[in-house]
Ligand binder design. Structure first.
Ligand code: FAD
Ligand code: UDP
Length: 383
């Protein structure tokens, strides 16, 4: 094999590792990717009949407060000034999401000051003192009425798992605000890649010392011999599922081109009611108001959630207590595996936002890969 390092998976984790090792260390990197494109789940492409950029694996919004990551990603793409905002429908009314003072005033049908809202929610949340799961955590943050309207049905549709079995951390991803700030993310930097995700990701991989082999499963490679491996596929698959199968949720996407210039007037509309089968509808044109898209057609995508079977894309780790126990055993196996580093969302069974995947790849590069290859750095490196 004509490579110094093999990277299994061309998602943001694998591409960051490959880019750093090729450019900074001068290594020859072979990236193998099962799919027919690079970029993992961040990939996007133009819908052919409208030219509207569609995110094939669900809408991806870039945001970070990490200076190192922001500086790094800006080497490959500029970002628009897009700021993500989400609305949610409950019983045919529309509310801002995440839950903020605007949601509370609209739901309780009266104007409230921040202090009045805080007092109301504190009284409603008092029933939970020591939250141990998603339901209890949500009630402790927003009280039962708001939980039952905006969280319970949505979460049940999204996870098909009793909210009392789900970890509390899932809900702490969503802020609760006692101001009218309705931005979805609170990070310092936010935006969408100006010329799309595919162009960004291709620039990361575009280096003479990086070879990308698409449509290639790592497990079908001839034995890589002594070449070190960074593996970003599912950790349980690497070990032949010998400790069991980790639970994932997958998504089904229903894409439709409609003969109207604007279907819903906003990029993402959530549906909180349990009897609406989808969790949300994306309308992609609204992610790029700065682009000249057709005025008479639009592309929408309904999102449905369910447990992943063996043939499905694993999207979100379910992370029940049984999963966590299994993961501990896989981590021990991974630590003992010589010459292989495990990373990324599938390799660590962790929900990682894009900036977290990149940060964690940069850390693996600094702390593990660079020391491993020290002394072998090519004179062509550091360009
Ligand atoms: P992945 O992108 O999953 O890449 C792993 C790659 O490895 C895949 O391409 C896979 O095909 C390949 N692979 C697996 N096994 C093998 C094998 N055996 N051989 C060869 N190749 C293999 N993040 C945000 O910051 N903002 C968002 O708005 C956002 N929205 C999201 C929405 C959805 C529906 C999902 C699922 C994720 C979202 N994310 C978002 C998270 C984002 O997708 C991840 O941070 C990112 O994908 C992590 O990159 P990764 O390289 O770890 O994993
Ligand atoms: N959530 C909810 N109602 C909403 C939006 C989110 O109950 O309208 C809950 C749900 O449990 C979800 C979690 O908050 O899993 C985190 O939301 P996020 O938007 O981060 O989910 P993602 O976009 O990652 O699916």
């Amino acid at each position: 094999m004509n490579a110094d390092l093999v990277v299994a998976g061309a998602g943001l984790f694998g591409l960051t590792v490959a880019e750093r090792c090729a450019r900074d260390l001068g290594l020859r990197v072979l990236v193998v990717e099962r799919r027919d494109h690079i970029g993992g789940n961040a990939y996007s492409e133009a819908e052919p009949s409208t030219g509207i950029e569609v995110h094939r694996y669900g809408a991806h919004l870039f945001h970070t407060s990490n200076e190192r990551v922001w500086e790094y990603v800006n080497r490959f793409t500029a970002f628009t000034d897009y700021r993500h905002r989400v609305l949610t429908v409950f019983k045919d009314r529309v509310y801002p999401m995440p839950i903020n003072l605007g949601t509370m005033c609209a739901y309780f049908g009266r104007r409230m000051s921040p202090d009045e809202a805080r007092a109301l929610i504190a009284a409603q949340a008092a029933e939970i003192t020591d939250p141990a799961n998603l339901e209890e955590k949500a009630i402790s943050l927003i009280g039962r009425p708001l939980y039952e309207a905006f969280i319970r049905g949505y979460t049940a549709k999204q996870w098909q798992t009793d909210p009392r079995e789900l970890p509390a951390e899932i809900i702490t991803r969503l802020p609760v605000r006692y101001t009218f700030d309705d931005r979805y993310f609170a990070d310092r930097y936010e935006g969408l890649p100006v010329d799309g995700y595919a162009a960004w990701l291709e620039r990361m991989a575009d280096h003479p010392r990086i070879e990308v082999r698409l449509g290639t499963d790592f497990f079908d490679l001839d034995a890589p011999g002594n070449v070190p491996v960074v593996y970003t596929g599912p950790v349980d698959r690497y070990f032949g599922h010998r400790e069991g199968v980790l639970g994932w949720r997958t998504l089904d996407f229903e894409l439709e081109v409609l003969p109207t210039g604007d279907f819903q007037g906003t990029p993402v509309m959530n549906y909180a009611d349990e009897d609406v089968p989808y969790t949300r509808i994306h309308e992609f044109r609204h992610f790029h108001p700065e682009r000249a898209y057709p005025g008479d057609r639009t592309v929408i995508m309904r999102e449905y959630s369910r447990f992943a079977g063996p043939a499905d894309e694993p999207y979100y780790p379910i992370d029940t207590p049984a999963d966590r126990a299994m993961l501990r055993r896989y981590r021990e196996l991974a630590r003992a595996e010589k010459g292989v580093l495990f990373g990324g969302r599938l390799g660590t069974y962790k929900y990682l936002d894009m900036h977290m995947a990149i940060a964690s790849a940069l850390t693996m590069y600094e702390n593990r890969l660079r020391p491993m290859f020290r002394g072998r750095t090519s004179s062509e490196g550091n360009e």
